[in-house]
Design a protein around this ligand. Structure first.
Ligand code: C5P
Length: 512
């Protein structure tokens, strides 16, 4: 996603400049066009030659073009940037930016740019926690600047405190996240689980499995980079990804609780975790001593989190199988009533546990099966998310096989004082009510319109009879009073992107 993106990297004079060099190199390797701007004090720590060698581009250190460097003007740099990041950012640059000072090439560029700016402060903890610095940060945040929180640890002075520049990988993730902010998952809430759960036998031993958690982390990071608000519920000990909420768990029971808490209002639950199917009935309070004989464990089943967690969101499961891959995966899709199942042959050398690549088949409830070649886990993650986006509706909905059909809202059956439409109580106090819906083939269903979803009790069996899912794509047609109701429904539907309401004429042409 960094391919051909123009990134301006501002480097100021702090000891962490050595990390900035690594960061510049990582940005370039990821395909970005990196242009470095250094302050005068940064050049005291490290030569501009380091950055120009790593990025292949001239480094700007002065406001004033010289005959040798005629093209480096701060306005041109500012205009062309897709994103600006200052790392490390000293207390001085933060103060200058907060005050609107433009006395060198970096401050002038930032004042002139309309691109998003990320600031990664790095300094002694007393300087960072100083009320003046904190006030400046607050002010810049209120003006739309983003900040990457410094880490706590050993500082250059030898003191322990907050002020360390995060590792280049974390800076890179923050850049990817910022660039993907308006992606196709913007505003969506996605829950991802990862890793193999650990079911305790005693305080030392546990039952676990070979899952590394890499697929789940790749999914969480890919979703974050497409604009989603991500909660990662993890039983894996991998480094914590930035830009998402991370909940660490050990057992299936803990994971179940964390999932139940997180799914409220979510758009998708992706269960990439390898949840233990059995756990010891009781965990011994003390370490079980080694004996001459064997040890018998009494195992009980753990809850099936995915099967038990239902709601109006997309549910994605994984089927790691060693035999009859597709048949078993399809069975699971149906049994757990999933929207998507990702089938993974664990006997295939390419997809072994812990590897960075995976070979999967994605099957969705619409019957579509996609047999993917060997890809990196990040690429697989994006393929799965493509399918999630498609099932969420929007322009790809029908490509995925969702069925458009027509419903006629009969005016005469609207009882204007029955139930107010949810969320529209204030504007339309008497709206909503009992409605008859007629399908194109004359099937009439009575239901109660409570909200945009038209998922009144009476509709459910009707959906079922027609082999439809409440999230399927539908077209609604309406008369004059019905149109009034539909206007309200439409506003809500558009916000959710899962219901399309069109005029009678449009509906007819769509159904041709
Ligand atoms: O039935 P099976 O364990 O093969 O199903 C795998 C899918 O179900 C995975 O997505 C896994 O995360 C989920 N699962 C679960 N709770 C369990 C076992 C598996 O949510 N106890």
């Amino acid at each position: 996603m960094l391919e051909n993106k123009r990134i301006l990297l501002g480097v100021t004079g702090g000891i962490a400049v050595y990390k900035a060099a690594d960061f510049a190199s990582q940005l370039s390797k990821a395909g970005a066009q990196v242009h470095v701007i250094m302050t005068a004090s940064a050049t005291e720590f490290i030569s501009p030659l380091v950055f120009s060698s790593l990025t292949g581009n001239e480094v700007a250190t002065s406001m004033f073009a010289t005959p040798e460097k005629p093209d480096i003007s701060h306005i041109r740099l500012a205009e062309k940037a897709d994103l600006v990041i200052i790392a490390p950012a000293t207390a001085n640059i933060i103060a200058k930016l907060a005050a609107g000072i433009a006395d060198d090439v970096l401050t002038s560029t930032i004042l002139a740019t309309t691109a998003p700016v990320i600031i990664a402060p790095s300094m002694h903890h007393n300087m960072y926690t100083n009320a003046i610095t904190q006030e400046n940060i607050k002010k810049l945040k209120s003006r739309g600047f983003s900040f990457i929180e410094p880490e706590t640890g050993r500082l250059a002075s030898g003191d322990i405190g907050i002020g360390r520049l995060p590792a280049p990988e974390k800076l890179l993730a923050a850049v990817e996240q910022a660039l993907g902010e308006k992606g196709d998952l913007a505003g969506r809430k996605i829950i991802v689980t990862a890793g193999g759960t650990r079911e305790p036998i005693d305080p030392v031993r546990c039952i676990t499995n070979r899952s590394s958690g890499k697929m789940g982390y790749a999914l969480a990071e890919a979703a974050r980079n497409r604009g989603a608000k991500v909660t990662l519920i993890t039983a894996a000990g991998l480094p914590e990804p930035v830009g998402m909420k991370v909940v660490a768990v050990n057992t299936a029971e803990e994971m179940k609780k964390a999932v139940a808490k997180a799914v409220a209002g979510c758009d998708a639950l992706i269960m990439a975790a390898a949840v233990a199917d059995f756990r010891p009935k009781t965990a011994a309070a003390q370490k079980i001593k080694k004996g001459r004989g064997g040890l018998k464990l009494d195992l009980v089943a753990t809850p099936d989190i995915l099967a038990e967690t239902k709601g109006n969101f997309i549910r994605v499961g994984f089927a790691a199988e060693s035999d009859n891959l597709l048949a078993n995966a399809r069975k699971k899709l149906a049994a757990k009533q999933l929207d998507i199942i990702v089938a993974n042959d664990i006997t295939d050398k390419a997809s072994t546990f812990g590897s960075d690549s995976n070979k999967v088949t994605i099957i969705s409830r619409t019957g579509k099966e996609e047999n993917l070649p060997l890809l990196s886990k990040r690429e697989v993650a994006d393929k799965i998310l493509d399918r999630v986006v498609s099932l969420m509706g929007g322009k790809n909905a029908r490509e995925d096989g969702n069925v458009p059909f027509q419903i006629e809202l009969l005016d005469s059956h609207i009882n204007a004082s029955y139930i107010p439409l949810k969320g529209y109580r204030d504007s339309f106090p008497n709206l909503g009510g009992k409605v008859s819906l007629m399908t194109t083939d004359g099937d009439v269903v009575e239901t109660v319109v409570k909200s945009y979803g038209l998922q009144g009790k009476a509709l459910k069996p009707w959906y079922k009879r027609n082999g439809l899912h409440p999230r399927d794509w539908i077209v609604i047609r309406a008369g004059p009073l019905g149109n009034y109701v539909l206007d309200v429904l439409k506003k809500k539907a558009e916000a959710k992107n899962n219901l399309e309401i069109v005029s009678q004429r449009e509906a007819k042409s769509l159904l041709k």
